[in-house]
Ligand binder design. Sequence first.
Ligand code: CO
Length: 134
Amino acid sequence: MLGRLNHVAIAVPDLKAGVAVYENTLGAKVSKPQAEPDHGVNVVFVELANTKIELLEPIDENSPIAKFLQKNPSGGMHHICYEVEDIIAARDKLKAEGARVLGDGEPKIGAHGKPVLFLHPKDFCGTLVELEQV
Ligand code: CO
């Protein structure tokens, strides 16, 4: 079912400071910030040869990332995104296996303009998993 690792997402309290770490300290190529109001975040993509890192900053205190940052004030790994060919088929198989799909269970359009779903961390080794159809 799983294809490539699409990205690892890191929540940060301050996107500018996060960009500075990746651009200046680590010497990576970082995209321009983009607002994702449907997901409550501002995001940049760090482009690596084999995958991407997303830095996520909460848009406001109602953002799902805001709660995470209360527990992890300096930031931290928020989720990992795997590619799938058919997100509906993947969802139905996972639900049949007893896994919990977050939200209403219907794919939303993610930061890359493709359908995504999130899976409950308790069902996946303590890691919030995003599936993206490619
Ligand atoms: Co993501």
